[in-house]
Design a protein around this ligand. Structure first.
Ligand code: FES
Ligand code: FES
Length: 154
């Protein structure tokens, strides 16, 4: 069975009909062509698919699209303003906080959430509140530095 759902993604309204089992991640990647959010584990364990739903961080691979009627979704594609990178995107570049880049969109969206939630009091706190985002390349120290930079602490 499929259902109709209307939601806003990066400020743009979309109305789509999707299979009831479609995840938000598949809706973004396969129906809306937004492939920035990555599919790592597809099981809630890596954070590569992290997006904001109504301002909160979620694993989009575990979120059913049909439950998002009226929701506001922000993906990594929605963070920059025109030519201006989001401060955390710029910080990832400045701090050299990625290697292969596969985890990076999820790290950045999660970092934006972490900053908005105010969990940035120390490097340890950032590390803890970003712990759902796995980096196989082991860039954690630089990722934390990037979040600190965007918070204005570095
Ligand atoms: Fe969603 Fe890994 S792909 S948590
Ligand atoms: Fe490669 Fe994080 S930069 S997994």
């Amino acid at each position: 069975p499929s259902s109709h759902v209307s939601l806003t993604v990066n400020g743009e309204r979309h109305s789509v009909t999707v299979d009831n089992r479609t995840s938000l991640l598949d809706l973004l990647r396969e129906h809306l062509g937004l492939t920035g959010s990555k599919k790592g584990c597809n099981a809630g364990a890596c954070g590569a698919c992290t997006v904001l739903v109504d301002g909160r961080r979620v694993n989009s691979c575990l979120t059913l699209a049909v439950r998002l009627e009226g929701a506001e979704v922000t993906t990594v594609e929605g963070l920059a303003e025109g030519d201006q990178l989001h401060p955390l995107q710029q910080a990832f570049i400045d701090q050299d906080a990625f290697q292969c880049g596969y985890c990076t969109p999820g790290q950045i969206v999660s970092g934006v959430g972490c900053i908005q939630e105010g969990h940035t009091g120390s490097a340890e706190e950032i590390r803890e509140w970003m712990s759902g985002n796995i980096c196989r390349c082991g860039c954690y120290v630089k990722i934390v530095r990037a979040v600190e930079q965007a918070t204005g602490r570095k």
